[in-house]
Design a protein around this ligand. Sequence first.
Ligand code: FES
Length: 104
Amino acid sequence: MADSAFHRIIPLADLKPGRTHSTVIGGHEVLLCNTGDGVHAVSGLCTHAISRLDEGRLRGHRLTCLLHGASFDVRSGKVMGGPACEPLRSYPTRVTQGFIEVQA
Ligand code: FES
């Protein structure tokens, strides 16, 4: 069974709306995304050709990979635009005592 603990990452105050933060949890690249109405966590690697998404662009809920232009909804990881076909893994998040925590 996978570890389902929440991991404390960074203070919420350090992740402004429209910004992302890359981290590694249990060997997995995870990207925190502050959409302005919440913080979401998805895999930090594009499912199309494994490009790093911390070099991508976040606009609202849409995260766009700059390598070939695939886009994903960071609330669920679902594909919003190709060429990617597979969704990003999505991780539960919460804010506790001012810190963003990710369940992984
Ligand atoms: S690697 Fe992301 S769109 Fe191709």
